[in-house]
Design a binder for this molecule. Structure first.
Ligand code: SER
Length: 312
């Protein structure tokens, strides 16, 4: 059996992707790597290997055994935290990617997944229905690292034939773990406050629309992209991916339908500037046409899914 290696498996996306891989391919087919194990019991049913993703030798030693067909490299410092530590964010985000690409170039693994983000876009890109091909002039170091990473991916595909695939994720909303250091994190935190019956203090403006996606959609997109025939993947930078789009005010209105009396206040901080530089919504026609992507959860379904899951 050729297995799946998830690097950054203890993070918000890593835990959910591990569960998605377990469900589709079996618990034994997944190995999870990170600096530390998460406390998610379901994810931890797969084998855990401690790994610093910036340590190229340690990664090579794992892949040299030839057990793995696919690597998911999810390690990154997100946008808000990256603005506080720009050099560390660049070092981590680039080194962790290039280490995997180098191993793939040397034939140690067949396929690589690496997440990009809506953060590749900046002030010059059209805000509504941001197209696949447009200005990528990010103003965060996280966005700079994602645009650069996309170009590295394409370079390894063109020059060495590395089968690397990528998605530009919107803000990801899931109940299994909390995101950390991102600008879209409010849209996860808000659900915890709503269920605790506590007022939520939002760090964005009420009308700041951002592209978002429920984890179920994000995981399905990732697994479908990786399972698609190589010749249908024409883009080796990264695909735009759209779920739904909402403002803090619109999200609150949906939550209030289920939890009447829930209250939100607004105290925008530095994250508001980051959000203002990103798209309001995304055009993902290319992903739909090339490998059959289609989102299933709108904002109403997302709110119901989050509240039901957290209640349970
Ligand atoms: N969710 C990320 C962030 O907010 C964007 O990809 O930084």
């Amino acid at each position: 059996m050729r297995k799946h290696l998830v690097i950054g498996a203890s993070g918000q996306l890593g835990i959910e992707l591990t569960l998605g891989l377990q469900e589709r391919y079996g618990i034994e087919s997944v190995t999870i790597c990170d600096l530390r194990k998460s406390d998610d019991e379901l994810a931890n049913r797969s084998e855990f290997v401690e790994l610093d993703s910036t340590d190229s030798k340690a990664l090579r030693d794992i892949l040299k055994k030839g057990e793995y067909s696919t690597v998911y490299q999810l390690v990154a410092m997100l946008s808000a935290k990256g603005e506080i530590n720009p050099v560390s964010a660049w070092d981590l985000n680039m080194k962790s990617l290039i280490n995997v690409l180098e191993c793939a170039k040397d034939g140690l693994v067949e396929k690589v997944f690496w997440p990009s983000s809506i953060a590749v876009f900046g002030p010059e890109a059209p805000k509504d229905g941001t197209p696949q091909d447009t200005f990528c002039d990010p103003t965060t170091i996280y966005g700079v690292s994602k645009v650069s990473g996309e170009l590295w991916c394409n370079y390894y595909f063109e020059k060495y034939g590395v089968d690397v695939r990528s998605l530009r994720y919107p803000g990801l909303i899931g109940h299994r773990s909390l995101p950390g250091g991102g600008t879209t994190d409010y849209a996860v935190d808000v659900f915890y406050k709503a269920l605790e019956g506590v007022e939520f203090d939002c760090y964005l403006n009420p009308d700041e629309a951002l592209p978002m996606m429920h984890m179920d959609d994000a995981i399905r997109a990732t697994l479908d992209l990786m399972a698609a025939p190589a010749d249908s993947i024409k883009l080796r930078t990264s695909y735009n991916l759209s779920g739904c789009s909402f403002t803090p005010k619109e999200l609150t209105e949906e939550i209030v339908r289920v939890i009447p009396g829930f209250k939100i206040s607004y105290n925008p901080d530095h994250r508001q500037n980051i959000a203002a530089s990103w798209p309001n919504s995304i055009d993902d026609t290319t992903a739909r046409e090339e490998w059959g992507w289609k989102s299933e959860l709108g904002v109403k379904e997302l709110v119901e899914a989050m509240l039901n899951a957290l209640r349970n």
